[in-house]
Write a protein of this length. Structure first.
Length: 363
């Protein structure tokens, strides 16, 4: 499956943080970026206890927790930064629908990242974000891959507004990277559909149906997670908590437009997939009709030939003993050129039928 799913057992108390099973999550690694307009500091810790105490010095801090294999570290993170326990529970429930929730001290955002893994397969990963003033906490499923390298490079180089703005602009930059990264993913669908169109027309087979169903299933999953992200961005645009500045909302409007374009592409590719399936069925039906037409023509050719061979296969003799010769018997059976004449008749009928079928465009 493209996206992982995990939910609590029925009857579990709310805000209960249950550890993931063996092999479902890796040990967390904390990557911290502290920056202002003039400087940036990057650090990495593998233990929550190593995280330093942050002072209110005006710097923006991005805490990126990669890995969900330590529930205790997640609990301590929530206690230290006053994160709501219900939001922490949603962090561990993978496969969440993208959403936006406002709490007293922070905003909670769930998004789904789409990318290709090392094997080239489409995959997705849940991202949880906690936004406070001058602080952004992101929690990812895995350390290996994400779509935030362009944002990190902009932070390091100091290009643009990102080092001059607050944590709300950083949250926008991450959401924008998630949304924009959907475009190359969808372009791969377009390339795959172009190849399949040629294959469906030239050589339709069972592999075409299997690939089409896989693409349609992936597109349905994409629609399920991309559509709500548009609503998340819209909710951020209308947020009144004061954590989203008016300047950032201007950029969020552009991000919202991109999400609408992505939804249009997803719907277009779903229509293309449905059209290709209909084209496949039409191609198979047309190919079957052509085969049946050829077989029908062959049968039509052999019908008179079989009739002639059946008539002359009755082997009535001209001589009748002791009665005199019967004039109603076939005289051709004892002709010297009877057999070649019969073959010539059959060949003439076959050629005549082929010419007739050709003129009527049945061949």
């Amino acid at each position: 499956m493209m996206f992982k799913k995990r939910f609590s057992d029925p009857g579990t108390a709310p805000a209960t943080l249950l550890p993931l099973g063996p092999g479902e999550a890796s040990k967390p690694v904390f990557r911290i970026i502290e920056y202002c307009e003039k400087e940036i500091i990057e650090s990495r810790f593998e233990n929550f206890a190593e995280l330093p105490q942050f002072s209110d010095d005006g710097k923006v801090r991005w805490i990126d927790m990669c890995g969900l294999g330590d529930v205790e570290a997640l609990k301590l993170l929530g206690e230290r930064f006053e994160l709501h326990p219900l939001a922490l529970e949603d962090v561990l429930h993978l496969g969440q629908r993208p959403k936006f929730e406002s709490y007293d001290t922070h905003l909670f955002i769930v998004a789904q990242m789409l990318y290709r893994d090392k094997e080239g397969n489409f995959t997705g990963e849940q991202l949880s974000m906690f936004l406070q003033r001058n602080l952004l906490i992101t929690i990812q499923e895995d350390l290996e891959e994400d779509v935030f390298d362009p944002v990190r490079k902009r932070l390091t180089s100091g290009r643009g507004l990102i080092r001059k703005s607050g944590s709300d602009y950083l949250a926008y930059a991450l959401l924008d990277a998630i949304v924009d990264h959907c475009f190359p993913v969808l372009e791969k669908f377009g390339e795959a559909f172009e190849e399949m169109e040629t294959q469906v027309l030239d050589n339709p087979g069972s592999n075409c149906v299997r690939e089409l169903h896989n693409h349609r299933r992936n597109l349905m999953q994409l629609r399920r997670f991309v559509w709500p992200e548009r609503d998340v961005i819209s909710a951020l645009l209308h947020d009144e908590s004061g954590l989203i500045s008016a300047q950032t909302k201007v950029f969020l409007r552009d991000c919202y437009d991109h999400s609408v374009q992505i939804m249009d592409l997803v719907e277009s590719y779903r229509d293309v997939a449905a059209g290709l399936l209909e084209l496949y069925l039409s191609s198979v039906s047309l190919r079957t009709n052509e085969i049946m037409r050829v077989l029908t023509v062959i049968s039509s050719i052999f019908i008179p030939l079989t009739f002639i061979a059946g008539v002359y296969g009755m082997n009535f003799s001209q001589e009748s003993t002791p009665s005199p010769a019967n004039p109603l018997n076939m005289p051709e059976l004892h002709w010297a050129w009877g057999y070649p004449a019969c073959l010539l008749l059959m060949a003439s009928i076959t050629i005549g039928q082929l010419v007739l079928f050709k003129r009527r465009k049945w061949l």
